[in-house]
Design a protein around this ligand. Structure first.
Ligand code: C2E
Ligand code: CA
Ligand code: CA
Ligand code: CA
Length: 276
């Protein structure tokens, strides 16, 4: 059977181009889940580095399948190869925008998969959801990854359309791909999310820790020079938070500040005066 290589075309049998039965079953279940509202969004706080004020939340999807919670890592890849991510992504954005429009959150970051971003009419789709929900676009940030920008000309065009709508765009998992910061500086992207791969080692002694610290230092300096703000992801300890703040990261996110959680009925909204 096809190897599960991170989001590749595992859905088809390598030799016969046939869907793998187990994944066919999962796909049927995913369709069913979308129709029967088995998905839920959890929200994880993003805090300002210098005083830990919550500035926004990132929406993270979960699938409640017959009492079992399934991680997005276990179904987003198949949703992507099958195209189901398109209706799923619309649901996610609509749900998150609704929460903001209802005043239950002041700002939200929503993950957008490369297939959604590169789909013809993506920004029109976003515009429609903004209109339908009546949300202030300034309160929404779309998180894309470098693989959304493989076609730089088209990528730039979509980014401009999104900027014109008034939504923010952040580059997720920064440092894992190959885009240069100088190329990025020419795009209407204002937020860089530094991947947990780097933040998790900052307090380790030895070469690994040293490398991570120097990498983050370099990213932060260059980001600053190009007018980009940085969010360090995956902050798990007070010590890491302290180190990352000292390195100049603008915002922090991770279990130390809060795990992804369902929206509470009476949850106070995050602060309003923000840059994220
Ligand atoms: P991501 O966008 O990089 O999200 C960060 C992931 O790190 C989340 O995993 C979050 O729960 C986890 N995390 C946050 N803080 C910490 C920490 O301190 N330590 C550790 N070890 N992990 C931390 P999650 O929720 O399982 O999501 C995994 C990935 O699935 C996301 O990575 C994103 O790529 C994708 N995803 C999640 N929700 C959506 C969605 O609505 N749409 C799309 N297209 N993708 C989504
Ligand atoms: Ca993200
Ligand atoms: Ca990320
Ligand atoms: Ca990630």
């Amino acid at each position: 059977r096809a190897k599960r290589a991170g989001g590749g075309h595992a859905f088809f049998h390598p030799r016969y181009d046939q869907p793998v039965p187990a994944e066919m079953e999962l796909l049927v279940a995913l369709h069913h889940a979308l129709e029967h509202r088995e998905f839920e969004l959890l929200y994880q706080p993003i805090v300002r580095a210098h005083d830990h004020t919550v500035m926004a939340y990132e929406a993270l999807i979960r699938w409640n399948r017959a009492g079992t919670v399934i991680s997005p890592l276990d179904f987003i890849p198949l949703a992507e190869t099958s195209g189901l991510i398109l209706p799923l992504g619309r649901w996610v954005l609509r749900e998150a925008c609704t929460a903001v429009a209802q005043g239950r959150l002041t700002r939200v970051a929503v993950n957008v998969s490369p297939l959604e971003f590169t789909q013809l009419g993506f920004s029109e789709q976003v515009a429609l959801i903004l209109r339908e929900t009546g949300v202030d676009p300034q309160r929404i940030m779309l998180e894309i990854t470098e693989s959304s920008l493989l076609d730089p000309v088209r990528g730039k065009e979509v980014l401009r359309e999104l900027r014109d709508l008034g939504v923010h765009v952040g580059l997720d998992d920064f440092g894992m791909g190959y885009s240069s910061l100088s190329a990025l500086a020419q795009l209407p992207v204002k937020v860089l999310k530094i991947d947990r791969f780097f933040t998790q080692h900052v307090d380790e002694p030895g070469a690994e820790g040293h490398r991570s610290v120097e990498l983050i230092r370099a990213i932060v300096i260059l980001a600053g020079a190009f007018g980009l703000v940085t969010v360090a992801e995956g902050v798990e300890t007070a010590q890491q938070a302290q180190t990352l703040q000292a390195l100049g990261c603008d915002y922090l996110q991770g279990y130390w500040f809060g795990r992804p959680e369902p929206l509470q009925p009476g949850q106070p909204p995050a602060s309003t005066d923000v840059a994220v």
